[in-house]
Design a protein around this ligand. Structure first.
Ligand code: PMV
Length: 364
């Protein structure tokens, strides 16, 4: 197993009256897993490796303002869409508190954080990956700016990914663009359980600008948090087989993506999506996260693929929305398919025309 980077550094503290004030802004994307992470071990380590596409349009934009804390310990206010959000505030304060060995300076600051998402509010799209990765980027950026460390690009992004993981596992994959693996993977040197690792080299060009149209079936709140979902895997009777299947799927999927084998890509990604849901259905308590319209859409994707011969497939997150995946060359055909066949099954929020993106961006 890869060893954990030693990020504990007591020197990352401001001395005396040198505590700065200022702000920075990072935009960071969400990602969609192709092989799913579902089940974890302490501390925030995956039971199996996973791989995702980083998205382009579905992002969090987070303004982190900081000034000296008057109390001498971490202080925080968190605003989401310009409204104070005590739930996110408590989550973020807990996240930062847990990072005080890695970034001791957080205890000397008052943070005022303003975050918003570029995707519709309550669209049923998880924002923890984009939100936590944006915060991790800001903390590493502060370290680099004020302490002169993390000058080496690889170190900077790696520490950001490591930090994001501690906020939300899948967030560590959002730190890089394109195709990103999290979890030590046989035959893929550099991969680690501690951080994400981009694996874009040698991937067939058909996947370069892959599209992910997110069909919003149900805009409601998540039925079950991912923390609870991961926990259910500790007692799921199929867990051990699932973890070993995921390892197998990683090898097969990456191989298919190197050779441009869309058939295998489709078979594995769709099976992964259904397996994730099957795990929820076979847990105690059990959860059914698909809606009737999720199945209506999946059936129509099968039929469309059969009829058109186009490599259009689906994946699912831990919710009812359908991510439709396809090469950029077929955008017009898929648009027609959505307009003709899928609109009646979508919620009022419609769909998000997303695609594979480049990763986080510093705005200020
Ligand atoms: O990062 P978390 O703890 O929110 O878990 C994410 C789990 C899935 O989105 C369902 C799968 C994945 O690998 O992203």
């Amino acid at each position: 197993m890869n060893s954990e980077p030693d990020y504990l550094n007591v020197d990352l503290k401001f001395s005396g009256a040198d505590i700065p004030s200022g702000k920075m802004i990072w935009r960071s994307p969400s990602n969609i897993a192709l092989v799913k992470y579902w089940g974890k071990k302490p501390v925030q380590m995956p039971q199996n490796p996973s791989v995702s596409f980083t998205l382009s349009k579905s992002c969090s934009e987070t303004v982190v303002s900081y000034s000296p804390a008057v109390s001498g310990k971490l202080e925080m206010e968190f605003y989401f869409d310009a409204m104070r959000n005590l739930l996110f505030e408590a989550k973020t304060a807990k996240f930062f508190d847990g990072l005080s060995g890695i970034f001791p300076f957080v205890n000397q600051l008052k943070f005022i954080i303003h975050s918003k998402n570029t995707f519709p509010h309550s669209a049923g799209i998880a924002s923890s990956a984009s939100g936590m990765s944006a915060l991790a980027m800001a903390l590493c950026d502060m370290e680099r700016q004020f302490f002169g460390t993390l000058r080496n690009e690889e170190e900077f992004w790696r520490k950001a990914s490591y930090t994001a993981r501690l906020g939300s596992g899948s967030a560590c994959r959002s730190v890089y663009g394109g195709l990103v693996v999290w979890g030590e993977t046989d035959g893929v040197p550099g991969t680690s359980d501690f951080y994400g690792f981009p694996v874009n080299e040698g991937i067939h060009e058909i996947f370069a600008n892959y599209q992910d149209t997110i069909l919003l079936v149900d805009a409601g709140e998540k039925k079950v948090s991912s923390r609870v979902g991961h926990g259910l895997m500790n007692s799921n009777p199929f867990a051990v087989e699932r973890f070993s299947e995921a390892r197998d799927n990683m090898a097969k999927l990456l191989q298919a993506m190197r050779t441009g084998d869309t058939k295998t890509f489709i078979r594995i990604t769709e099976s992964e999506a259904l397996t994730l849901h099957a795990m929820m259905m076979t847990s105690q308590p059990y959860f059914l996260l698909m809606k009737p319209n999720t199945l209506q859409i999946i059936e129509r994707i099968f039929a469309f693929r059969e009829k058109s011969g186009l490599p259009v497939s689906f994946t699912l997150d831990a919710g009812p929305n359908v991510h439709m995946l396809y090469p950029a060359a077929f955008r017009r055909d898929v648009k027609r398919f959505i307009d003709n066949d899928l609109l009646p099954f979508l919620s009022a929020k419609g769909y998000i025309d997303d695609r594979v993106g480049e990763g986080p961006e510093k705005i200020l």
